[in-house]
Design a protein around this ligand. Structure first.
Ligand code: FAD
Length: 498
């Protein structure tokens, strides 16, 4: 067996792993980087164009975001846009569509109008579209199958000229192509599965694969749900379990919608509401979804991974309690049950039609089909100590030369933001330099978005929804970092290389 040596090895060539490798290569003085990927190409799992919704989640139409969360999201979302525009990837990797959050009925309209007041300083390009304007911009959200106007009040809060859509697999490949132009030793090993990571007396860590061993000073694991699987094998993150939530889609053979139409999110269920939008890989035909189904496997459309699921869940009474707490909430229980029915042939189309009619009231049965082979898995993390489901991203910083990242939605949008966070840690640990200024100049629109003052609402109903969103965000949504580096680490990093 031969041995391969690198300063940093990344496990997983999805959008997260590729963005991290690019950030290391372009903005640090680290000189040797490898990515080890178990499948035949980059981004064949959740970052593949058909697996996710292709949306840059900027925080403007995501009605489950508070103003603070939207400001953070805007900064990281802009990084994708600036990278793509800086490399001339318009209409090949990044696309511009009209987009909106659609409010249906008095309560949602009221809430969205208030949200506009509160958010338009952060997103100055946002517009308010009433029914008359929507007839012109997105007629299918207005008319029923007989050509009559839908009876409810509706409003769209959106934009017409923003970069909204990305083929994240193509973006991953672009990161790889750009790394090759940097003055750095870089290798991408495909068809190579990391079975184990162990400490090595020789050099930091050894990564064991069926083909050969790899040695690294630092290992960053961006392997989706398998990040937690590998962490557990090393004895890290044992207080966490993974609940894989699969998302499926329905496809039309026409362009029903001109742009992205997101519905208002249930404040208790972030990212649960369906949306419809043009699929850039299907000639702009409309794709509706995603649904949400708990699956006992870590990867969609790939054989196996059932055993990996059971090992990563680490089933015990804390998991039962966490799941019980979820199922006690009627909104969540109904949502999970309905989504289970969306996978049952024939019945699924009837049920989905009912739900999708909230976006396109005139949608007909013969206009759409279950999109076979589309969709992916969101690796949601269960915190066993707190006995609850975490809806945001989760990372395990071991305090040593290891990071494990789990990235459910909208992890593709935050790939460069997460890379920035990880690169700071990696450089500190290895005693290397991260050129923050260069990173900021090329990928951000200034250091931080200025956070406008929240606008007070006079309406009790709007305040109730806002309070519920803030509660859900605090309870479930914040991205969690387990064993994150403390002040001592930044003052005195623990690398054995130093
Ligand atoms: C239905 C759905 C819709 C979504 N919509 C959006 C959206 O619109 N916008 C958005 O920003 N995000 C969206 N997301 C989330 C987004 O797709 C993910 O957050 C993102 O793709 C995660 O990227 P990743 O690189 O971390 O993981 P992945 O893309 O899953 O890549 C992990 C890689 O690690 C490799 N790997 C795993 N184990 C090993 C091992 N042992 N050895 C070597 N390699 C290994 C895998 O083969 C894979 O290539 C959506 C997700 C789903 C499921």
């Amino acid at each position: 067996m031969t041995a391969k040596n690198f300063e940093v090895v990344i496990v997983g060539a999805g959008i997260s792993g590729c963005a991290l490798a690019y950030t290391l290569a372009r903005y640090t003085d680290i000189k040797s980087i490898a990515i080890i990927e178990k499948y035949e190409g980059v981004s064949t799992l959740n970052s593949k164009g058909t697996s996710n919704s292709q949306t840059i989640h900027a925080g403007d139409i995501e009605t489950n975001y508070t103003l603070e969360k939207a400001a953070i999201t805007k900064r990281t979302a802009k990084m994708i846009e600036r990278y793509c525009l800086g490399h001339g990837l318009q209409n090949d990797v990044i696309y511009s569509h009209q987009k909106m959050a659609l409010g249906v009925g008095e309560k949602e309209v009221e809430f969205l109008l208030h949200r506009y007041e509160e958010f338009h300083q952060l997103f100055p390009y946002m517009e308010v579209w009433d029914k008359e304007k929507l007839k012109e911009l997105e007629p299918r959200v207005v008319y029923d199958e007989k050509g009559n106007e839908r009876p409810e009040d509706i409003v769209g809060i959106g934009s017409r000229d923003q970069w909204t859509t990305v083929d994240f697999a193509k973006l991953s490949q672009s990161f790889i192509d750009e790394i090759k132009k940097e003055d750095v030793k870089f290798e991408l090993f495909l068809n190579t599965e990391v079975k184990d990571i162990q400490r090595s007396g020789k050099r930091g860590y050894v990564l064991k694969t069926p083909k050969e061993n790899f040695y690294a000073d630092f290992v960053a694991t961006d392997a989706g749900a398998h990040s937690l699987f590998l962490a557990h094998r090393m004895g890290f993150g044992l207080e966490l379990g993974c609940l894989p939530v699969a998302g499926s889609f329905y496809m039309t053979e026409q362009k029903l919608l001109n742009g992205k139409v997101y519905m208002m999110q249930n404040p208790k269920l972030p990212f649960a509401a369906l949306h419809g939008d043009p699929d850039v890989l299907a000639d702009g035909n409309t794709r509706f979804g995603p649904t949400a189904l708990i699956l006992p496997k870590l990867e969609r459309f790939k054989p196996g991974t059932y055993m990996d699921f059971f090992k990563t869940l680490r089933f015990d009474t804390d998991i039962v309690t966490a799941l019980w707490k979820l199922l006690k909430e009627s909104d969540i229980r109904n949502y999970l049950f309905t989504n289970f029915l969306y996978e049952i042939p024939v019945l699924n189309k009837y049920l989905f039609l009912r739900a999708a009619k909230k976006i396109v009231p005139g949608l007909k049965m013969n206009e759409f089909e279950y999109a076979k082979g589309f969709g992916g898995v969101r690796p949601q993390v269960l915190d066993k100590e707190k006995q609850k489901l975490m809806l945001g991203e989760a990372s395990i910083f071991t305090g040593e030369g290891l990071i494990f990242n789990m990235t459910p939605s909208p992890g593709a949008t935050s790939c460069l933001g997460n890379a920035e966070r990880d690169v700071k840690y990696i450089c500190k640990y290895l005693g290397k330099e991260f050129n923050q200024q260069h990173f900021n100049d090329e990928l951000t629109e200034g250091e931080y978005c200025v956070l406008p003052e929240p606008v007070a609402s006079q309406k009790a109903m709007v305040n109730l929804i806002r309070a519920e969103i803030a509660r859900t965000q605090e309870k479930y949504m914040d991205n969690t970092i387990h064993n994150g580096p403390n002040k001592e680490f930044w003052d005195n990093p623990s690398s054995k290389l130093k």
